[in-house]
Design a protein around this ligand. Structure first.
Ligand SMILES: [Zn+2]
Ligand SMILES: [Zn+2]
Length: 138
C-alpha cells in the first residue's frame, strides 16, 4: 500500500504525481527471493550489487519502497525506489541518488508536510499539492 501525491503548477499547469510507500512487488523480502524472480524491479546497478552481495552472504534481507527526494540545490522533487539491504539488523547498503540536472545528492523529504515545491517545468515556486489519494499498486 502506498500513497500518490498529486502536484500541479499554478503558473504553467505542469502536473506530476509522486509515489511514496510500499507496493505489491516492492516490499521487504530476502535478497535471494528477489534474485530468483524473473522481473528486475530495480536499477540494473542495484540489481548487480544485490547479486554480488548475495554471493557472499546468504542471509541478506531487503526493504524497498518509493520515497520522495528533493534536490537541495534545484529544490525539485523526485520519487525513487529506495533499496536498503540488511544483514540481520545491520544496514549494509542504502540507495542514494543524484539530481539529474546538477548532480547534487538528493535528500529524503517529508512529502506529508510539503505543500509547495518548485515546479520542474517553469521553476516557479507555485508547484502545489492538489490532493493525496490512497492507491494500491499491482
Ligand atoms: Zn539539482
Ligand atoms: Zn510551472
Amino acid at each position: 500500500m502506498g500513497h500518490a501525491y498529486f502536484y500541479r503548477c499554478e503558473h504553467c499547469g505542469f502536473e506530476q504525481s509522486f509515489n511514496e510507500g510500499h507496493g505489491f512487488l516492492i516490499h521487504s523480502q530476502p535478497v535471494k527471493a528477489y534474485l530468483s524472480q524473473k522481473k528486475k524491479l530495480f536499477h540494473y546497478k542495484t540489481h548487480n550489487l544485490l547479486k554480488q552481495l548475495a554471493s557472499k552472504n546468504n542471509n541478506l534481507y531487503l526493504k524497498a519502497g518509493f520515497q520522495v527526494y528533493k534536490c537541495p540545490k534545484c529544490k525539485v522533487l523526485h520519487d525513487k525506489i529506495e533499496v536498503v539491504v540488511f544483514d540481520d539488523e545491520k544496514i549494509i547498503h542504502k540507495s542514494s541518488f543524484r539530481c539529474n540536472k546538477c548532480k547534487t545528492r538528493l535528500k529524503l523529504t517529508n512529502i506529508h508536510r510539503l505543500k509547495n515545491a518548485i515546479c520542474p517545468s517553469c521553476h516557479h515556486k507555485t508547484f502545489r499539492r492538489v490532493t493525496s489519494a490512497q492507491q494500491l499498486w499491482s
